[in-house]
Design a protein around this ligand. Sequence first.
Ligand code: AQP
Length: 334
Amino acid sequence: MARIFSGIQPTGIATLGNYLGALRNWVALQQSGDECIYCLVDMHAITTFQNPAALRQQTYTMAALLLACGINPEQSIIFHQSAISAHARLGWIFNCVARMGWLNRMTQFKDKAGKDREAVSTGLFVYPNLMAADIHAYHATKVPVGDDQLQHIELANDIAEKFNHDFGVSFFPRIEPLILKETARVMSLRDGTKKMSKSDPSDQSRINMTDDADMISQKIRKAKTDTDPLPDNLAALAERPEARNLLGIFAAISGEAQEAILARFAGGGFGPFKNALAEALVAHVEPIVRRTRDYLTDTAELDRVLQAGAAKAAAIAGPITDEAERIVGFLPRG
Ligand code: AQP
């Protein structure tokens, strides 16, 4: 039995990108027979400033969404990162293992820091080290992510390799990313070359996993497209990123092949296609939104679920991190 670890930041409301690229996969993996550990990575969230009250609310909303999507806390471990000190302890060791040059190459840092490089938090820079600690503190070997996280997984493997080499051990195993090809990257509804993201300033750029039916339909109707009719083959969409993105979302949500969807709408404009896509999205997302709202009515129960998950997570990550500290030469914690 392998151990699977994945995390999501409670930096806002999860998007359809988070759902198709990660959360839906998390639910399916529960049936794989592997042990699944899913973490609300609130320590990563504060690498960019979060209003404290909003962060608390977003963490509850993310927990409620995970349950609403079908994460079963009896089957999977679900908890918030800050509840387990092992993440910060191992993260510090990894800060001392990873090299500046490695982190300087991280494209997510470059994207997020932009021209403000001197003004962003140091946490944002060392974020991939903490992500490596999140995974290695559990000796997890499989990590379901969208392809935007691939570079961070490679870095986590480099860190583990250097740790093992420097201390002459084979303590941290290699990690394998699990990426669903079809939905590896869901793009913005306003710009088909940009990833759909919770922190995009434009709410119109994304479907939030809390949007109601009207909102979803309106966002799809207004989604950027081009003026050409839909073609009858996929190759013809190569230079049409917005159309390609909407078709990818349609296929992922309906379970239908992209070619079959194109065959139905080929030759026509985007109107009927968008109506059908909106209908499919509403049918899929609305029940999740409703269940999320129900879970959110009882935050005491959400606290209970997260704290029970944290106790199980600590029982795994604590001893592994104790051993990593022993390997580097720290005295026992007692
Ligand atoms: N657009 C996307 N398509 C496919 N997968 C995606 N993921 C995120 N966006 C897409 C996957 O969702 C998981 C959780 O992501 P995260 O919350 O840790 O942070 P992120 O990747 O930085 O996602 P966002 O939405 O862009 O968050 P913000 O705006 O806060 O930075 C990951 O597995 C990710 O691959």
